[in-house]
Design a protein. Sequence first.
Length: 178
Amino acid sequence: MVVLDDFSTGKNENLNAVAHVSDLQIIEGSILDRELAAKTLKDVDVVFHQAAIVSVVRSIENPIAVDQVKAGGTLNLLDESRKARVNWFVYASSIGVYGDVKELPIKESFPLLPTNPYAASKAASEQYCMAFNRSYGLSVVCLRYTNVYGPRMSGGPYGGVITKFAERLQANQPPRHT
């Protein structure tokens, strides 16, 4: 098992819980580094692409940097996965690709109408995934997550909505997104 992470938002020690896994290899680096991606994907069967700058606020503040990591990084990984003959490519997308949906439940058949650069780059990455499936036969899955939360997630202005709710509840405030 190989983990490639630039640790821009996470910490290497977050992987301590799986440090005992004998074949775990942790590589610090960026998915934008094609040479590193090629080395990392050698002899890999399945890619779980979770890398992203996970903030709508950051995407509005700096859409180019966010898109370079999301869409550009995804394209790098797809192309290197194709070259390495990876069997499956699983992409972490977002429910944000649908935009401001008024009808629930949200259906996969709904049109993609992203309302911010974060969601637009996720939608673009999904399209790259589908194009690599159609062009090269790479098996892909795009998972559209919503409000992901984990025990080591950081808060502050770039924290997710669940983190913001928890912070407000801890401060005896109503759980609303501000």
